[in-house]
Design a protein around this ligand. Structure first.
Ligand SMILES: [Zn+2]
Length: 371
């Protein structure tokens, strides 16, 4: 980040300076070899220090907000600028991504929105074979669901065994076939048959396992979404390699898309939550009701599902497709009919990668790291 140093103008432009860092002699306010700035003793004052702190945050925020706004409202513009070498006026892709991800993280946690955090059981949705051209993928989908389910059961057994071994139930002393739960008073004590005590063990295991899962997956879901970037970039590269030339360039485009997507997630979460808080759960996502009525009524629903996916996917399509369309037009000047098809395919593909693949991988990974 280049910061402005406000020194009297006469001191730099015409004078020559010797760089304090590399010794190069130059004119201007920044060393043209190493980038060190002109140094003056008054920069050591407290006033200058505070000035620089304020300057840093002001410029940082200004730049990030400006870039975010451009990336949201003018799809592909910041990417195009970046790819043709105009980078100084905008926040860097990684910087932009980190700021947006933190913002998303805070908003989603505060509002307690769960749309983007998988529950256990979400691995049953968005299977590949549910998409019209791919019924043959059914064995693969079933294998994934079964693998996750058996890992889940296995983890439950481990937890249950550990609870028993660690003596969580030590104060339940066995008498014949019975287990006795001692209360403080005699009348509060309870004698259970061993068979029934298994139900109690099982219930405790379920509570421990579910809490464990919830505590982990929330943080994972919000932290690891960047793992998708190389895959998105790869898909973009495969389609546009002639025009984009470098995989690195498609990584920049993928990052800008993900930044836009995180802004959209945040907005969607806010829009979804406030009507619910104000008027109750029936009013969740109230702005989508007209679309649902028009496109997902019994008459046209099968057609809409075929074309746009189910309601949740449709919301994403509405936001993603125009962004892709405008960005591809701006970056690659793709003819509109081809662009329409490509941006449609990317929207559906990325939705599948996030909700059909990434969510399932997250669920599996979370179960694996639980203990
Ligand atoms: Zn220098």
């Amino acid at each position: 980040m280049v910061m402005k140093i406000k020194i009297h103008k006469t001191t730099y432009l015409s004078e020559t300076h010797t760089c304090q860092n590399c010794g190069h002699v130059y004119q201007g306010k920044v060393c043209n070899i190493c980038g060190e700035k002109v140094f003056q003793e008054k920069q050591l004052s407290a006033g200058h220090f505070f000035h620089e702190v304020i300057d840093f945050f002001y410029h940082f925020e200004n730049k990030v907000l400006k870039t975010l706004k451009l990336n949201f409202l003018k799809p592909g513009f910041v990417t195009k600028e970046n790819l043709r070498g105009v980078r100084a006026p905008y926040a860097k892709p990684v910087q932009l991504y980190l700021v947006t991800a933190v913002f998303f993280y805070v908003v989603v946690s505060k509002l307690n929105v769960t749309d983007y955090i998988p529950d256990y059981g979400d691995h049953n949705y968005y299977a590949l074979s549910l998409h019209a051209p791919m019924p043959f993928a059914k064995p693969l989908d079933e294998a994934v669901v079964n693998a996750i389910d058996s890992a889940w059961v296995q983890k439950g057994r481990e937890i249950e065994n550990r609870m028993i071994q660690e003596g969580v139930y030590d104060n339940f002393k066995g008498e014949n076939d019975n287990i006795k739960f001692y209360g403080r008073l005699r009348k509060d004590s309870l004698v259970l048959n061993t068979d029934k005590s298994k139900i109690i063990f099982f219930r405790n295991m379920v509570v421990v396992r579910n809490e464990n899962f919830k505590a982990k997956i929330g943080a994972y879901a919000k932290t690891f979404i960047f793992i998708l970037l190389p895959f998105f970039a790869f898909c973009l590269f495969v389609v546009f390699y002639k025009k984009i030339k470098y995989y690195g360039a498609s990584l920049i485009l993928a990052t800008h898309f993900m930044v836009y997507n995180l802004c959209f997630y945040t907005l969607h979460s806010i829009v979804d939550v406030w009507p619910r808080r104000l008027w109750g759960s029936a009013f969740g996502a109230i702005i989508w009701q007209p679309f649902y009525l028009a496109l997902y009524n019994d008459g046209v629903k099968p057609f809409s599902v075929f074309l746009f996916g189910h309601e949740f996917e449709f919301i994403h399509l509405v936001f993603w497709m125009p962004w892709f369309f405008i960005a591809f037009k701006r970056l690659f000047n793709t003819p509109w009919w081809k662009n329409l098809l490509i941006s449609y395919c990317f929207s559906r593909l990325f939705f599948y990668l996030i909700f059909g693949v990434f969510k399932k991988v997250l669920i599996a990974f979370t179960i694996w790291t639980m203990h």
